[in-house]
Design a binder for this molecule. Structure first.
Ligand code: ZN
Length: 131
């Protein structure tokens, strides 16, 4: 992908997050409280990453998911920046930084803590019944 084109297409914040590994400010992202049904895609390469069904309210200020739609769509990497040992979540297809994964939920589930600006939400179309 042409980086120049990408820089034009992404917002300044999405660029910093996906290309430079920064984290958006908590409660600042557009999808923190999004409860609509649909799919969250990678803002860079547009492959599906997370389903709204895996989204839960973690109260952390970032969209949080129990799991990716498909584990093969993401890549996990070590991130020791900022004096913390964290596991970074990247888009496997384009390498965009998405966020981090933690296992800090009470139920011991994983929490994929993802920056809103690295995602693009596509609302599920309501299917009309044939009745
Ligand atoms: Zn991607």
């Amino acid at each position: 992908m042409d980086k120049k084109e990408l820089r034009k297409r992404l917002t300044a914040e999405a660029w910093k997050v996906t290309q430079e590994g920064e984290t958006e400010a908590p409660f600042s992202g557009q999808y923190v409280d999004n409860k609509e049904k649909g799919v969250y895609k990678c803002v860079v390469c547009e492959q599906n990453l997370f389903s709204s069904e895996a989204k839960f309210d973690s109260k952390t200020g970032w969209p949080s998911f129990t799991e990716p739609e498909n584990l093969e769509r993401v890549r996990l990497g070590k991130d020791d920046s900022g004096g913390m040992k964290r596991t970074e979540v990247l888009c496997r297809k384009c390498g965009a930084h998405l966020g981090h994964v933690f296992s800090d939920t009470p139920a011991g589930r994983q929490r994929y803590c993802i920056n809103s600006c690295s995602l693009e939400f596509q609302k599920k179309r309501s299917v009309k019944s044939n009745l």
